[in-house]
Design a protein around this ligand. Sequence first.
Ligand code: EPZ
Length: 418
Amino acid sequence: MEPIVIKGGNRLTGRLRVQGSKNATLPLLAAALLIDGVTTLTNCPDITDVSGMLKLLSQFGCRIVRCQHTVTIDARNVYYCEPDAGIAGAMRASSLLLAVSLARFHQAALPMPGGCTIGKRPLDGHMEALRQMGAHITAGERNVFAEASCLAGCVLEPMLQSVGITEQLILAAVCAKGVTTIKKCAREPEIFSLCQFLQAAGADILYLDDEIMICGGATLHDVCFEVPGDRIIAASYLCMGLSVGCDMTLYGIETNQLTWILSYAKKMQCHLEIEQEHVHIRADKQIEHIPYLETAVYPGFPTDLQSVVCAMLATADGTSVVVETIFENRLQAAKELGKFGADVRVDEENRSVTIVGRKHLNGAVVAAKELRGGVALILAGLRAEGETTVYGCEYIVRGHESIVEDLRSLGAQIAWMR
Ligand code: EPZ
């Protein structure tokens, strides 16, 4: 894929609608296969991970119609299949088809969604919890096989407060016999939107603070649902605005999901006007360093924002320490920042990075190795003096529909090198 070229130094000004959320859309697509009916999703982002998931659904016989940001999935005449290993193995979200295939077809066979640069990302917690619901699962190096005549509801406390495990169990529980209670569940907004979607389709779900109760067996029917705005993309664009200076409005997002970045901007005494679904920000100050920051499950500092924040802190007024507690190998982008002249020291063992703020960065030729790291390199390019070229953009388009067009519309000098 062609690289992105950036000439740094421009402020970001104007108004931008943030796209629909990748991490909200993917579990909704898996859930659509549970429904013996038609699912319509609006505000659905046009990104490669969504295209991949739609291809997997069509292998089960779903009829897909996609018109711009509206996708309809007809799952009335579906059949069991072992989805394509090339597609399913390349994306983590395909693991959610385990519960869905079990619930709909009483069997499932999936390629182990390979580890990626950010970590091993095993499925041990998914399998442990599904076994508690009565599934018989055998997992090889490369594949997972499962069968269950009928999943049984029960009280579950997953081994981890994991987004994927919580989503997997919600999908299993809506079709299980009896009541399932998921204790100490993940609380990311994407969990809540999955519950809202299934409730709109007829599921009986009670969403408490860190506990979800599901009465299985309800008949699921046609549903039309709007995908929420992408909170990580919105927060990433706010980090870019803080870094290069901005006078911009982002809309189409739930600002109550941007707590961390908005509280940081407030601490920097930026001008902020915050409404429920849009935020106007004016910033022209040097970035404030953060003495110590660690990633955490929601509503803590999100791991998906870690690389972007490290790039933002590269020009802070002091030294910051950032610790990645969720994934074991998510400091790749921080290492790449050194090519911009940033003073970044990575301690792999402690999963921490020390960033000594510099006044200036210089343009560089860099390569993304995963989605959020790639966005961090774009932020550094926007802030750097001179020209930056970012390779590895195939990772960035997995989650970003139009990052180049978005940033150009806000005044950045950025383009695809065609
Ligand atoms: C989701 O991944 C997101 N992906 C990730 O976003 C996000 O970083 C992550 O949640 C944490 O917020 C999607 O929603 C598609 P986890 P998920 O299960 O569900 C370990 C992005 O850039 N673990 O909460 O896979 C796991 O290895 C992506 O958009 C086990 O050990 O995350 C990780 O270290 C990256 N065993 C930690 O738990 C298991 O069975 C958290 O993973 C499951 C998870």
